[in-house]
Write a protein of this length. Structure first.
Length: 252
């Protein structure tokens, strides 16, 4: 224990309060020198970018933007979009796939993805999901306690813009839950035989895991979905491996 931390404990115990060490200036400076990833927690493209940091165990500063904050992303990259990578020593930039490639090449151990392209069947499976998952997920995301909605302004921003984006009110989308859950169950059943194992889509971690996990993660926010055991094990395994928590505890 450093003398500074020891001193904090000593003062705390002297007045009977268990002292918590405060953030030191050096740890703040260390944070400033880390690459910064700006995200929304519910953004699947942000999950993709977080995965490459997680799997390679690279230290980074994960910044959850408020969903109603237009100023910060516009100052960084000119538009309101996430994920944004600020590599610290060069200009901040957008696009999850570019971020993944950059991080894989520049940080941590040797590259693990090697410019491989996603499998066609995986791309097609994900595209099928786009057609209905948004109706299941958006109203639940809007009612969630995710960090990008901590402030009222951000919750209102989604309440105003979300229905326009999905072309349906959140109430109407919620009313469709039974038929959407049915589709989601079939969607997960289709995935099961496409997985090499309950650990990886292919023999080892690949870009396909990035595509698949980022599609599955928001589905953990939907209470009534029936997960085939292999797919459930898979999503839990990748969550652990990449340090991206699932959302079951908030499921509704
Ligand atoms: N092609 C981009 C897509 C990123 C994207 O669509 N991000 C969404 C969040 S999931 C966004 O920032 N939308 C603006 C908004 O929600 O206000 C990528 O792969 O990074």
């Amino acid at each position: 224990m450093s003398s500074e931390v020891a001193a904090t404990f000593a003062v705390g115990s002297a007045i009977g309060i268990p002292a918590v060490p405060t953030t030191t200036e050096s740890s703040i400076n260390a944070k400033k020198s880390l690459p910064k990833l700006y995200v929304y927690d519910a953004c699947p493209f942000c999950v993709r970018a977080r995965m490459i940091f997680g799997i390679k165990k690279i230290k980074f500063d994960l910044v959850f933007l408020q969903y109603g904050d237009e100023k910060t992303p516009k100052e960084l990259v000119g538009i309101k979009q996430t994920p944004i990578l600020d590599p610290i020593d060069s200009k901040p930039f957008l696009e999850s796939m570019d971020i993944i490639q950059y991080v894989d090449k520049h940080y941590g151990s040797k590259p693990i993805l090697n410019d491989t392209k996603p499998r066609d069947d995986i791309i097609n499976w994900t595209k099928n999901g786009y057609s209905f998952l948004q109706f299941l997920e958006y109203p639940r995301i809007a009612a969630s306690l995710l960090p990008e909605f901590a402030q009222k302004e951000s919750r209102e921003y989604l309440q105003n813009n979300g229905p326009k984006e999905i072309g349906m009110s959140f109430e109407d989308a919620l009313a469709k839950t039974p038929e959407l859950v049915q589709k989601a169950n079939e969607f997960l059943e289709q995935l099961s035989p496409m997985l090499h194992s309950s650990e990886f889509v292919n023999e080892e971690f690949s870009i396909d895991d990035i595509i698949v996990f980022s599609t599955l993660r928001n589905m953990t926010l939907v209470k009534f979905v029936k997960w085939p055991p292999k797919v459930r094990k898979y999503v839990e395994y990748i969550s652990e491996l990449t340090d991206i928590p699932l959302l079951d505890k908030m499921a509704m």
